[in-house]
Ligand binder design. Structure first.
Ligand SMILES: NC(=O)CC[C@H](N)C(=O)O
Length: 493
C-alpha cells in the first residue's frame, strides 16, 4: 500500500495534469511537507538535466521547482524521445537505454515497469508525499495491457487518482463519465474525485451539471479551476500559442521543425514584453515564407539531419540567406547550431539512417554524432558584441563539433571555449540550452541585433510567480480539506 502517493490523470492530453501537479507540489511545500513530483513515463522532446547528469522531462523540472526540491532522475524514470514517426529514444533513469520502435517498446515494458517501481520506492523512502502525473488519458484501452503510465501504475502501487478535465474544449461531462466507464471496477474504485479545469463564465450555470456528475458517479468534484490568462508555466510538449506584442523592440522568428527540441529555450523571450517571437510553421499546402525579423533562431533538434532536410525542403535555407543579406542575425542552439555548420556526419546512424548532410554553411564548423550523450548543467560567460555576461544553461547532445581555430567562441565555461560567431558578426550559435533564461543574456542578444530593451525580465522570477499564482488559485478553488480526508481514509483502509 502506498499511503503517501496521489496521482493526477487527465481525460485528454493537455487537460492540465502537469499544472495541477505543480500546484499541489507548491501547496504541500508551503505546508512544510517534503513532496516529490513523479511521472512514470513521459514522451517529450523537452528535457532537463539533473545534477548527476541524467535526463528527465521538463515538466518534472518545473514541478520540482514548485516542490522546492533538487532534480532527480527518479522523478521521471522513463522518458521517450521520439526521433522519427516510428522510433523513439528510450531514457531509463536518466540515461539512454536504447532506441526502439513502438512494437519493441511493448516487449520491453517489464524493464520500464521495474524502473518505475524502483524509482517510486526510493521516493517513498525519502519524501512525505509523492504527486504523480499520468500521461494522456487512462481510457486508451488499446494501451491498457502492460500500462505503466496511468492506471497500470496506480494499480501497481495502489494509490488514489484524481481525474482532471478541460471544460474549455467542451464535452467535459462526457469526457469524465466516459473515461470512468472505460476503466475496470478496481480502477474506478481508486478514482477519488474530479477537477474541472479552465472554466470561464458563470459558475451558477455549471452547478447543476456538477451535482448531476457527483450523483451519477458517486464521486466528488474537488473544484472548478478558472481559466487563467497569460500564465507562464513551461508547457510540457505543445508549443504555446503565439503572443501579441504591441511595443516590440526585437522581432524574432523560430522556424518550427518536426523534431524541434527544448522549445522552452524560447519561453524567456516569449514573456518579454518588448520581444515579438513567432514560431513559424510550414504549411502543408504551399511554401511558407519566413517573415521579416531582426533575428532567426534555429532551435535544438532530436534529429538534426532530418530537420535540416526539412528546412531545405521548405526553401527556408535560401530565405535565411536573404535575411542575412538584409543585415539580419541568425542564432543556433544545439541542433540549430550544428545546422549552421558545413557538415553533419552521423556515421553510426544514431539519429536515423547513417550518412552525411551538408549544413547551411553559415559557420565554418562541422559536427559528428557520437554514441555518448553529453548531459551537463553549465555556468559560464556569454560574449557577443564585445560584451560578456554570466549565463547558466544545460547541454543535451551527442554531436561533437569542430571549429576553425580562427573562429571566435561565444561561451566560456571555466576556460573551456565553445560556440562560435562568424567574422562578420551575423551568425552565432552554441550548445547551451536555457541560456536566455538570464535577463542579461536576453539583453545582450538584443544588443547584438542592434536593439535596446528597456525592460528587465528575469525569467526565473516570472516562473516562480506563475507557480505561486497557480497554487493560490488551486488553494482558493479546490476543496483540499476533502482531498486530505480522502487521502487519510485511503491509507487507513
Ligand atoms: N539538444 C539538441 O539540439 C541535440 C542536437 C543533436 N540531436 C545531438 O544530439 O547532438
Amino acid at each position: 500500500m502506498s499511503n503517501n502517493t496521489l496521482m493526477v490523470q487527465g481525460t485528454t492530453s493537455d487537460a492540465g495534469k502537469s499544472t495541477l501537479v505543480a500546484a499541489l507540489c507548491r501547496i504541500y511545500a508551503r505546508q512544510g511537507v517534503k513532496v516529490a513530483p513523479f511521472k512514470p513515463q513521459n514522451m517529450a522532446l523537452n528535457s532537463a538535466v539533473t545534477p548527476d547528469g541524467g535526463e528527465i522531462g521538463r515538466a518534472q523540472a518545473v514541478q520540482a521547482q514548485a516542490a522546492n526540491v533538487p532534480l532527480s532522475v527518479d522523478f521521471n524514470p522513463v522518458l521517450l524521445k521520439p526521433q522519427s514517426d516510428k522510433n523513439a529514444q528510450v531514457i531509463i533513469h536518466g540515461k539512454v537505454f536504447s532506441s526502439m520502435d513502438a512494437q519493441n517498446y511493448h516487449d520491453y515494458k517489464k524493464i520500464a515497469l521495474d524502473a518505475v517501481i524502483s524509482s517510486h520506492q526510493r521516493l517513498q523512502e525519502n519524501y512525505q508525499r509523492i504527486v504523480v502525473e499520468g500521461a494522456g488519458s487512462p481510457a486508451e484501452i488499446n494501451l491498457r495491457a502492460g500500462d505503466i503510465a496511468n492506471m497500470g501504475f496506480a494499480e501497481q502501487v495502489d494509490c488514489p487518482v484524481i481525474i482532471i478535465a478541460d471544460i474549455d474544449k467542451g464535452g467535459v461531462f462526457a469526457h469524465l463519465v466516459g473515461t470512468l466507464a472505460l476503466l475496470s471496477e478496481s480502477e474506478q474504485a481508486r478514482v477519488v474525485g474530479f477537477v474541472i479545469n479552465r472554466f470561464r463564465g458563470d459558475i451558477k450555470l455549471l452547478e447543476p451539471g456538477l451535482e448531476w456528475l457527483e450523483q451519477h458517479t458517486g464521486k466528488p468534484v474537488f473544484g472548478v479551476l478558472p481559466y487563467i490568462h497569460g500564465l507562464h508555466i513551461a508547457a510540457e510538449d505543445a508549443v504555446a500559442v503565439q503572443q501579441q506584442v504591441t511595443d516590440a523592440k526585437l522581432k524574432v522568428i523560430v522556424p518550427v521543425t518536426p523534431r524541434m527540441s527544448n522549445h522552452n529555450d524560447f519561453d524567456a523571450l516569449r514573456v518579454h514584453p518588448q520581444i515579438d517571437l513567432q514560431f513559424i510553421y510550414a504549411s502543408q499546402l504551399q511554401q511558407t515564407e519566413l517573415p521579416a525579423a531582426d533575428l532567426i533562431i534555429l532551435a535544438g533538434s532530436k534529429n538534426t539531419r532530418d530537420d535540416l532536410a526539412f528546412i531545405k525542403a521548405q526553401g527556408w535555407d535560401s530565405q535565411i540567406n536573404r535575411h542575412l543579406r538584409y543585415g539580419g542575425k541568425v542564432f543556433g542552439i544545439c541542433g540549430g547550431y550544428q545546422m549552421l555548420g558545413t557538415l553533419i556526419n552521423d556515421p553510426l546512424g544514431i539519429e536515423g539512417e547513417s550518412g552525411v548532410s551538408q549544413g547551411l554553411a553559415l559557420l565554418p564548423i562541422s559536427t559528428e554524432l557520437a554514441r555518448d550523450k553529453t548531459l551537463t548543467n553549465q555556468q559560464g560567460m556569454l560574449s557577443l558584441n564585445g560584451k560578456s555576461v554570466a549565463v547558466s544553461g544545460y547541454e543535451i547532445h551527442v554531436g561533437q563539433t569542430q571549429k576553425d581555430e580562427s573562429l571566435a567562441a561565444i561561451v566560456n565555461i571555466n576556460g573551456q571555449l565553445q560556440g562560435a560567431v562568424s567574422d562578420d558578426q551575423q551568425v552565432a550559435g552554441c550548445y547551451l540550452h536555457g541560456l536566455f533564461d538570464s535577463a542579461q543574456a536576453v539583453e545582450l542578444l538584443a544588443n547584438w541585433c542592434h536593439s535596446e530593451l528597456s525592460e528587465h525580465v528575469e525569467f526565473s522570477q516570472v516562473q516562480e510567480r506563475a507557480i505561486d499564482t497557480l497554487a493560490d488559485v488551486c488553494q482558493q478553488h479546490l476543496d483540499l480539506t476533502k482531498l486530505e480526508q480522502i487521502m487519510n481514509n485511503w491509507s487507513n483502509r
